[in-house]
Design a protein around this ligand. Structure first.
Ligand SMILES: *Cc1c(COP(=O)(O)O)cnc(C)c1O
Length: 218
């Protein structure tokens, strides 16, 4: 399937209100151009330098850029001026730095908190207690807007394990929405990648981040 065909076929399966973020990391501008021509407007990148280069190369083309990767605090200015959503806030230190940057620049940066749900130790993210601790102090973070959670399921063929991971993040996301009704932007659950996005839809994904199934292998 071509890039355009893949995008159209995914969009056909997505329920209304679920956003497709096409993950274009490692792929050239021409691939993004092809996706744009097929009507895809939201793209995700995971490396600050590549993110900024692509943003600048496609300025004025109506692209909505999502940052989905690990972000070091010394690279904020490559990302925060341009990102419509930072999915991957994975430490208190990073959160504080983004909050400070937002305040200093007169901006409120939309973010998701990354919950560590996978079995792999290597994947980034907060545990539940850390997120609770942050959200109890949410009103003190005036430079960010808490928009929801992001998570990556265990990389496995075992569907039960993936379901357990997504079930856990969905339940926690609901719990937080009940506990903190004052968080009026708490609307996004960013789960699901090429191998598991159809399962993620069953667990209430509002954003799916799909790379390989659109652009091919990296
Ligand atoms: C690369 C990446 C994706 C897309 O992965 P695919 O398996 O290629 O769809 C999604 N989310 C994050 C955080 C990524 O780094």
């Amino acid at each position: 399937m071509s890039i355009a065909e893949s995008i159209l076929s995914i969009h056909k399966e997505l329920p209304p209100g679920v956003k497709l973020v096409a993950v274009s990391k490692f792929h050239p501008l021409e691939a993004i151009e092809e996706a744009l021509a097929a009507g895809q407007t939201a793209f995700g990148e995971n490396r600050p330098q590549e993110f900024e280069q692509k943003v600048k190369a496609l300025e004025g083309r109506g692209v909505e850029w999502h940052f989905i990767g690990h972000l070091q605090t010394n690279k904020l200015k490559m990302v925060l001026p341009y990102a419509c959503l930072v999915h991957s806030v994975d430490s208190a230190r990073l959160l504080d730095a983004i909050n400070d940057w937002g305040k200093k620049n007169g901006r409120v940066i939309p973010i998701l908190l990354e919950l560590h749900i996978a079995a792999e130790e290597t994947k980034q993210g907060f545990c539940e207690e850390e997120i609770l601790d942050i959200l109890f102090r949410a009103s003190s973070y005036t430079g960010v807007r808490f928009c929801g959670l992001m998570g990556m399921a265990t990389n496995t063929d075992c569907e039960d394990d993936i379901r357990a991971d997504f079930g856990r993040i969905k339940a926690f996301w609901d719990y937080l929405a009940d506990l903190f009704p004052e968080l009026s932007d708490w609307k996004e659950l960013s789960i699901g990648m090429s191998g598991d996005w159809r399962i993620a839809l069953e667990y209430g994904a509002t954003i799916v981040r799909i790379g390989t199934a659109i652009f091919g292998p990296r």
